[in-house]
Design a protein around this ligand. Structure first.
Ligand SMILES: [Zn+2]
Length: 95
């Protein structure tokens, strides 16, 4: 449900990861930008592995976003959790 874009700088080094999701409930698009070597490495190790999101070095709502792709509004409404401000909507895009 989530996909990942790799963002490189002008020297072709990995600068950030953008985790993008179409919310399974409301179809709004949301994303979580990941910077910092440790976090980026953790996400790359997570992709395609049997690793659990609970082992990722992220806040609970960020891990939930990576796992389920719920947008901030639906996560708050359904799960009643405080949602990390790092999870943002991608404006004006609906499936
Ligand atoms: Zn939603």
């Amino acid at each position: 449900m989530t996909s990942i874009e790799f963002i490189h700088d002008e020297k072709d080094e990995l600068k950030a990861l953008d985790i993008i999701s179409w919310c399974p409930f409301c179809t709004q698009r949301a994303h979580l930008k990941v910077t910092g070597k440790k976090k980026m490495e953790a996400v790359r190790n997570y992709i395609g592995s049997s690793m659990l999101t609970q082992d990722l070095p992220f806040e609970a709502s960020e891990r939930e976003f990576i796992r389920s792709g719920y947008c901030p509004g639906c996560m708050k409404r359904i799960m009643g959790v405080e949602v990390s401000k790092n999870i943002k909507y991608v404006r004006n895009e609906r499936r």
